[in-house]
Design a protein. Structure first.
Length: 81
């Protein structure tokens, strides 16, 4: 079964509802204050995971070498992932 496609309008509506639940009723323009930072940090974490997986493949599973900072576009402090 193919994954269900979501339109931009549906995504915006869903995120608005989520923001409403997370931070009680606030004016719509202020939703970005609460939603964008977690989405940004989630994307950084996802990119880091993708780059780590690619490094492991390229380095034939060498976990220590895969941790070198040059392997990643973004540096995520220890304990913040």
């Amino acid at each position: 079964m193919a994954p269900e496609s979501t339109s931009l309008a549906q995504l915006e509506s869903h995120l608005s509802r989520v923001a409403w639940l997370i931070k009680a009723p606030v004016d719509a323009p202020y939703f970005q204050t609460y939603i964008f930072p977690p989405l940004f940090f989630k994307r950084l974490s996802d990119v880091h995971d993708e780059e780590h997986a690619a490094a492991l493949v390229e380095l034939h599973g060498d976990k220590e070498a895969a941790l070198f900072p040059d392997t990643y576009r973004f540096q995520i402090p220890q304990g913040c992932h």
